[in-house]
Design a protein around this ligand. Structure first.
Ligand SMILES: [Zn+2]
Length: 532
């Protein structure tokens, strides 16, 4: 029914006078917008070079051809399907043909021979696993694409060399049986003076000594003084970093033998392992900073103040309160602390601390490494190979081009792309073709890898700093010395994928008779130069 415009109170849909903006309208607009985007995803630009490649590849791929045949047909049961089609069974209802391209929903199906190329494209920019998966989600799909992406990134040299491991759960530390049984030592510098901290694992009572000079003799002198006061500990734990080199010296070891105590070291630069000392260093530094005039009074206050369990370090070590600047009654000074409940309380406290630590750092266990495995040493910024698994938890000896170093698992990131580093023996087991056609980690180097008996050289802090290359580390392609490659290829041809990417397992280096090829050391030097 026609109504004259002047009689209309509200403009109708065809009016050129738009209705003022409303909340619901913006929602609607968003919906429309989303719809438009959805349409445009499906509208494929078939002149795009990449899409032409996919179309060509699909038309030659036997799996894609079979899938096309099955489109809009009743699928046989999964077990009746040929093996190569079974992975598509669960998505059979989503398969369709749009502008001649086989799709799963709005994602193109990538045939096996294009997957490596596409993985490289997906991983452009070296985004993480989640983001790379998201990139795939809006354009392409193939069976197990998710795990292929994960494998690709876990084997990507650039990503490995710019990542750091998750923290591992805190190792439960046990309470010693008595005070001063186990102590930790650490050295630190504060306002150009060196200090030695010795902390008792039982009471958390710590001693702080100013060192005139950083010589082994000076450290031994301080130790003797402390041990004469508190007794000789059964075990002394230290960080094995450069500053404690003197404690590995024969002079200190001789002192340890003579006085009858054991020494253990934690991996260099891994302070978590020597947590007691680390905490004491923090406290000591803070006390020093804040109490320049009367540090000793501050130290007394610390030692006489109750810890989480309600007992002070002094009570735990001496079994009595110390008289300090606070007014204490005679009774309080005479009363002996009842320590019978302490071990249980301390055990609970440590368990609680571990729980919080693990949660705070979102810890999870890292896979143990195998002997022969290649790793990227994240703090040294250098590659190496595991040559020994040490008795200390999560500790490994790693051989690098320059030296053999000890590291905690935290600093070691598996570098599967290095399985063809010259001078190493690789397992000669045949490499089977990979169904999904994407990269798989190459077989690990054999356990029997002949390595020189490790002579541990602990790098000094300075040395390790200067040895960190400021240039990017080599890509696997650069690592392969060309003179040796033809020989390797003649023995074990690369996998059938024939893609141009650098991922994928290493060709196995072995002679025709199966004897492993050990490349001469001078190639190794070449490699180092190639790095630049
Ligand atoms: Zn990457």
């Amino acid at each position: 029914i026609y109504t004259p415009g002047k009689n209309l109170l509200v403009a109708d849909a065809l009016s050129r006078q738009p209705i003022p903006h409303h909340e619901e309208d913006s929602e609607l607009a968003e919906e429309v917008d989303a719809y438009v985007h959805e349409i445009s995803l499906v509208e494929i630009n078939t002149s795009d070079e990449n899409i032409v490649k996919v179309i060509q590849s699909q038309s030659q791929d036997p799996v894609c051809l079979q899938l096309r045949e099955l489109l809009n047909k009743e699928w046989p049961s999964k077990t009746e399907l040929p093996l190569e089609l079974r992975d598509y069974y669960s998505v059979r209802d989503e398969l369709c043909l749009i502008e001649g391209i086989l799709m799963r929903g709005n994602r193109m199906i990538i045939p096996a021979n294009l997957r490596n190329v596409m993985l490289n494209k997906l991983h452009e920019g070296h985004l993480g696993i989640t983001k790379t998966r998201r990139r795939a989600q809006c354009t392409m799909w193939w069976p197990n694409i998710s795990s292929d992406i994960e494998r690709k990134i876990k084997g990507c040299p650039t990503c490995i060399q710019h990542t750091s491991n998750h923290h591992e759960p805190l190792l439960p530390s046990t309470l010693p049986d008595f005070p001063w049984q186990i102590v930790s030592m650490d050295l630190f510098k504060f306002e150009s003076h060196w200090y030695l901290v010795v902390v008792d694992h039982f009471s958390r009572f710590f001693e702080l000594a100013h060192l005139q000079r950083m010589r082994t003799t000076d450290i031994i002198r301080v130790c003797k003084e402390l041990f004469s006061r508190h007794g000789i500990p059964a075990r002394v734990c230290t960080d094995s970093g450069s500053q404690f080199q003197s404690l590995q010296s024969s002079e200190f070891q001789c002192f340890a033998r003579e006085w009858g105590f054991a020494t253990t070291t934690s991996s260099p630069h891994f302070h978590q392992a020597n947590g007691a000392a680390e905490a004491a260093v923090k406290t000591a530094k803070s006390l020093l900073k804040k109490n320049k005039d009367d540090f000793e009074k501050a130290l007394l206050a610390y030692r006489n103040t109750a810890l989480e369990t309600g007992f002070s370090p002094a009570e735990l070590l001496y079994g009595r309160k110390l008289r300090d600047t606070l007014p204490f009654t005679r009774h309080a000074m005479v009363a002996k602390p009842n320590l019978s409940a302490f071990p249980e309380m301390e055990g609970e406290y440590r368990a609680r601390y571990k729980r919080n630590y693990d949660r705070r750092h979102r810890c999870h266990e890292l896979e143990p490494l195998r002997i022969g495995e290649f790793v990227w040493i994240s703090d040294l910024k250098r590659h190496g190979q595991v040559v020994a698994i040490l008795k200390e938890p999560r500790s490994y000896l790693i051989k690098t081009e320059k030296q053999t170093v000890r590291r905690n698992r935290y600093h070691l990131i598996p570098a599967p792309y290095l399985d063809e580093l010259p001078g190493t023996v690789v397992d000669s087991a045949p490499v089977g073709p990979n169904e999904s056609g994407s990269s798989t980690p190459a077989p690990q180097a054999s356990r029997g890898t002949p390595v020189a008996e490790p002579a541990v050289e602990i790098p000094t802090a300075k040395k390790s700093r200067t040895s960190v290359p400021s240039k990017p580390a080599p890509t696997p392609k650069m690592l392969r010395p060309s003179p040796v490659r033809p020989a390797m290829q003649s023995v074990k041809p690369r996998r059938s994928q024939g893609s141009s990417t650098s991922v994928g397992p290493a060709p196995v280096a072995a002679t025709r008779s199966g004897r492993p090829i050990v490349r001469p050391a001078h190639f190794r030097q070449n490699l180092l130069r190639v790095k630049s």
